[in-house]
Design a binder for this molecule. Structure first.
Ligand code: MN
Ligand code: MN
Length: 353
């Protein structure tokens, strides 16, 4: 039963959203987004029971096959926020261009309706990521959403795991809510999340190692070398392959999450999308005291050129992100000294001295 002392997401937003030109609209929009997330959570939870497993038979604008739930979640999002006329423009992973909404909405909503949807086939966590921007007063082109992440009014994600949780920020810290399914409401369970300063997890798709840039390989090799290596301590690796699930772990446990750019043709710019994956997650992580970088600069300061632009993502505990940035700087200057394993070096582990 809901304890009357609990803070629901609506109560929290009414209290937290800063005064200002968009304050009340922003709070109201985020309450609508939370309702959309409840609907997506219900659909994802039923999945194969109601014919929602598998492919939709269509492709998104980037030529990727859409799942039935990708399409449904996108539709739930649009219908769940258009009615109020708070939003004047929508941009989604599943739509080629900006969709303008009738009315005088002064906000723009950019989202990845279902993140990690390949995980649906194996019943592992998936999520939703969203970002809220102020809609410029003039202009009706794609450019209305091409704003650097520093302009975000709010950002958040949902994770559909053992419980459904929403983590969000309106620029006043990062806070987490858990869906109480009996009551049908999100309850504040993780106030003021702080990314631990030190973490022992590094999260990266290691199958891409041969394509990585040297500074990324150097960082990972040093982690793998553990106690005997230059870091002098042991690390763990984890990889769920859903950005939401992997970043959620980093937020709560510390460490580092990396989807760097690499030499694979499709990853040359990075893999993740700037507007609806990297920017919202970066704001959330920074508001929790962590850092988010391309390896060569702050993600939130990247000026977007295209809606579906990709970007390298390196985020997590500040000291770890700073280390990876330093390795990039040293590599770019030409004076890095990659770690070489003692197993293959002159001072072999198997020799004395
Ligand atoms: Mn995604
Ligand atoms: Mn998606």
């Amino acid at each position: 039963m809901l304890n009357p002392g609990y803070t629901t997401i609506s109560k929290f937003l009414i209290q937290q959203v800063p005064e200002g030109p968009h304050g009340r609209e922003l709070a109201a929009l985020l309450v609508d987004v939370a309702a959309v997330i409840k609907a997506i959570s219900a659909a994802v939870g039923k999945g194969p029971l109601v014919g929602l497993a598998g492919l939709a038979g269509t492709e998104n604008t980037q030529g990727e096959q859409q799942k039935k739930l990708d399409v449904l979640a996108d539709d739930l999002f649009a219908r769940g926020v258009e009615w109020s006329e708070l939003v004047g423009a929508l941009a989604s992973e599943e739509r080629e261009d900006v969709h303008f909404v009738e009315g005088n909405g002064r906000l723009a909503l950019v989202y990845d309706p279902l993140d990690g949807s390949a995980n649906l086939d194996v019943n592992l966590p998936v999520g939703t990521i969203f970002s809220v921007l102020a809609l410029p007063e003039t202009g009706r082109g794609t450019s209305v959403v091409l704003q650097p992440g520093t302009c975000q009014l709010a950002a958040g994600y949902a994770i559909y795991g053992p419980s459904t949780q929403v983590v969000l920020t309106v620029g006043r810290g990062t806070h987490g809510f858990t869906l109480d399914r009996e009551i049908g409401n999100f309850v504040l369970t993780h106030p003021d999340i702080r990314v631990p300063d030190e973490g022992s997890d590094y999260l990266i798709n290691a199958s891409n190692r041969r394509f990585w840039e040297p500074p990324v390989a150097r960082y990972v090799d040093e982690c793998k070398a553990g106690k005997e290596g230059p870091r002098g301590r042991d690390f763990n690796t984890r990889w769920v392959a859903s950005m939401v699930a992997d970043v959620h772990r980093i937020l709560l446990r510390g460490g580092i999450y990396m989807y760097p750019r690499d030499q694979k043709p499709e990853n040359r710019e990075g893999r993740l999308r700037l507007l609806y994956e990297a920017n919202p997650m970066s704001m959330i992580v920074e508001q929790a005291g962590g850092a988010a970088s391309t390896g060569r600069g702050r993600i939130l300061e990247v000026v977007p050129q295209r809606i579906h632009q990709r970007v390298p993502v390196i985020l997590g505990s500040r000291a770890e992100v700073a280390r990876v940035e330093r390795y990039h700087a040293e590599f770019d200057k030409g004076d890095d000294k990659p770690y070489s394993s003692p197993l293959f070096g002159e001072r072999s582990l198997f020799r004395s001295g």
